[in-house]
Design a protein around this ligand. Structure first.
Ligand code: ARG
Length: 264
């Protein structure tokens, strides 16, 4: 299935502040390498998979804008904008809003509560799985659900290293998700198992390699290169797996999925 996605080149990418457990100012990004890794992911999407890749202009002093997954959540052409928890990222909202309005999107909504876009909001069939509490407030789920008119299931996250839902859960296909069980509360895991027929469980090693931060279209999946067990599991299922390096983005707590926003 072909997808349309939004990316932002890492021109101004850096670890300038520390807002999640992966970020350390004394472990700086190698910008050249980040550029190569980003380009490789871009080319996998556009050349190998034939997806439509749109670009938003990177802005100086907004180093995390590369993580476009946090720039919005789209559903049926409607745009829920992000209300970022940390002041460092708050100016990004206006930039994403401008991009969407330049593209002609006219149904936009800014939640009152903190909400970090697709980072904490993954659509599976016609259900929205929404994460909290690290970066997104639970009451924002209702606001976004009412605006998008989509059935929403709130999932509580339990491990600060997996602070966005998309670091702990991958939508694989219509009947399958992959997840890192220890990143969820018992209640959240029960909800997922009640709804989703097939749940693939990731190992500690794969979760720490950001293996859950992958992009699947049901047949093709792009996975961070060191998530070895997941990679094998997907191959055994007959999926077309592409692996790619993300070391520089992981220094900021990001990976494949974080660098990708779906334009639905
Ligand atoms: N440094 C960024 C932050 O902490 C990383 C964002 C990762 N994005 C994501 N969708 N998980 O906000």
């Amino acid at each position: 299935m072909t997808k349309s996605i939004l990316m932002c080149a890492p021109k101004h990418f850096a670890v300038e502040y520390e807002i999640n457990p992966w970020m350390h100012k004394d472990n700086p990004v190698q910008l050249d390498l980040a550029g190569k890794q980003w380009q490789q992911l871009h080319d996998i999407y556009s050349k190998k998979l034939g997806w439509d890749v749109q670009l938003i202009e990177p802005i100086e002093h907004l180093p995390d804008m590369v993580f476009t997954a946090n720039g919005a959540l789209l559903y049926k052409g409607k745009v829920a904008l992000p209300n970022f928890r940390q002041p460092d990222r708050q100016p990004e909202t206006e930039k994403f809003k401008q991009w969407f309005s330049d593209q002609g999107y006219d149904q936009m909504f800014l939640p009152k509560y903190n909400f970090e876009g697709e980072g904490d909001a993954l659509i599976w069939n016609d259900i929205l799985f929404a994460g909290y509490p690290w970066r997104t407030d639970k009451p924002s789920h209702r606001e976004v659900a009412d605006f998008l008119k989509i059935k929403t299931v709130s999932l509580q996250l339990a491990d600060a290293r997996f602070y966005h839902l998309d670091t702990a859960l991958t939508i694989i296909d219509k009947s399958t998700v992959a997840l890192y069980p220890k990143a969820f509360t018992k209640e959240a895991l029960t909800l997922i198992h009640q709804l989703v027929p097939h749940v693939i469980e990731a190992t500690d090693e794969d979760a720490v390699a950001y293996g859950l931060n992958s992009m699947s279209d049901g047949k093709n999946i792009v996975v961070p290169e060191n998530a070895n067990n997941l990679i094998q599991t997907y191959r055994n299922r007959g999926m077309e797996v592409t692996t790619t390096p993300i070391s520089e983005f992981q220094k900021s707590g990001g990976g494949v999925k974080c660098l990708t926003l779906e334009l639905r």
